[in-house]
Design a protein around this ligand. Structure first.
Ligand code: FAD
Length: 383
């Protein structure tokens, strides 16, 4: 550990991290790797240790694997089951819902996001508790209506089909088209339909549990309704902090939101290709947290965020790994294979010159996928 770096950050003795998800955990690890030897406290409102959120819909619901993460080695003091309810930037204090406050020299805001809700009676999937409840309900093989046809909704639909349920998806666009683009949307929609999923086009305007009401008047009656209609960043505790711009927490390319305060992960909007927006993805949360932690202890000497996003999904027998900015326009060039149902490597080039590489059913390592995205060529070696 480089202790010289720690002592070269004057006045940075206690760093508080709010949020015990992957961004919070990565920030703690990265601070230690950067040589911060001072006091570290992580506050998380979920009572359990951090876990893999993507594994909830892919592994926990289907029984295909574990959602657990390796035990942390950063030595932070954990305040779990406790929520931050306020931030006083001037006094440099975080107020907690157990009536205590934490004084800090540096602060990492990593409070993530929560699901948008459809109404009472619809389940959501964000936390471990949500996933355990949903898995238990799927065990009874109910008929399921999934509202929302983004990657999360379609993964839930896939898990429900696998559990033997009859599944209807209410989709206000072609499934995953806004996230992936038309080509990949059609591929995954065809796989879902072939697996027996019924897709109802329309916008759910309400829920009269167990009936979903669609804007064209269609009423879908199901034993179980799951809403996957997007997320809302957890910024309420920052409401009086002065850090929000029109309700958004906006960070610079190094994750900085104020002197000695950085943010990372789903809670924050960052500069991306000429705009400022959230990138609510697992690997983006990790990369943002690494950059933000370094910026907290090294300032401008820390490198800015520049990695192309990485995303993956598994559903209806298709495995997708993507590097680059989705959605993609038009049809791809096939770098490997010629059938998207078999192992294949696809490539698109955006008008601004940036590339996107998508591996379908292919075990290509992520660094090679990154090279394929940048070059538009098959990287050497096992790919
Ligand atoms: C089911 C599911 C599947 C997904 N699959 C994929 C995928 O395949 N690929 C992909 O790239 N991404 C996927 N994602 C998205 C990915 O999981 C998130 O982008 C990532 O977890 C964000 O991490 P984070 O640490 O920023 O936020 P979070 O994981 O939300 O962690 C924030 C933590 O802070 C806590 N918190 C909130 N407010 C407070 C407060 N005031 N005080 C204290 N603690 C607080 C929250 O409860 C939470 O524990 C998936 C998400 C879900 C829900």
């Amino acid at each position: 550990m480089n202790t010289a770096t720690a002592t070269s950050t004057p006045g940075m003795n206690h760093i508080v991290v709010v949020g015990n998800g992957i961004a919070g955990q990565t920030a703690c690890d990265s601070l230690r790797t950067a040589g911060f030897t001072g006091q570290l406290t992580v506050v998380g409102d979920e009572p359990c240790p951090a876990y893999s959120r993507p594994a909830l819909s892919k592994a926990l619901l289907t029984g295909a694997g574990s959602h657990e993460l390796a035990a942390p080695a950063h030595g932070a003091t954990e305040r779990l089951g406790v929520a931050a309810i306020g931030l006083d930037v001037t006094a440099r204090r975080v107020h907690l819902d157990d009536g205590t406050a934490l004084a800090f020299d540096g602060l990492v805001i990593a409070s993530g996001a929560r699901p948008r809700r459809l109404g009472k009676g619809a389940l959501v999937l964000r936390t471990l508790d949500d996933a355990l409840l949903l898995r238990e309900r799927l065990d009874d093989r109910p008929s399921v209506a999934v509202v929302g046809a983004g990657p999360l909704g379609m993964e839930v639909a896939s898990a429900a089909v696998q559990a033997g349920c009859e599944v209807t998806v209410v989709a206000d666009t072609e499934p995953m088209r806004p996230q992936f683009g038309a080509y990949l949307s059609q591929l995954f929609t065809a796989a879902a339909t072939a697996a027996g999923v019924k897709i109802v086009h329309g916008t759910a305007t309400g829920l009269d549990a167990p009936t979903v009401i669609v804007d064209d008047g269609t009423r879908i009656v199901a034993d179980l309704v799951v809403a996957a209609i997007g997320d809302i960043p957890n910024t309420e505790w920052l409401e009086h902090s002065g850090l929000l711009t029109e309700g958004r927490l906006v960070a610079d390319a190094r994750g900085r939101v104020a002197p000695g305060i950085v943010a990372a992960g789903d809670v924050t909007a960052v500069p991306v290709r000429g705009s400022v927006r959230r990138i609510p993805l697992w690997n983006s949360a990790i990369e943002q947290a690494r950059v933000a932690a370094l910026a907290l202890v090294r300032g401008d000497a820390a490198p800015p965020l520049d990695a192309a996003p990485y995303f993956w999904t598994e559903q209806f027998g298709l495995h997708l790994k993507a590097v680059g900015h989705l959605p993609v326009p038009g049809d791809p060039a096939f770098l490997l294979g010629d059938d998207p149902h078999r192992p294949a490597l696809l490539h698109w080039r955006h008008p601004d010159g940036t590339g996107v590489a998508v591996a379908l059913n292919h075990r290509i390592p992520i660094p090679k996928l990154r090279r394929a995205a940048a070059t538009g060529q098959v990287p050497g070696g096992s790919a």
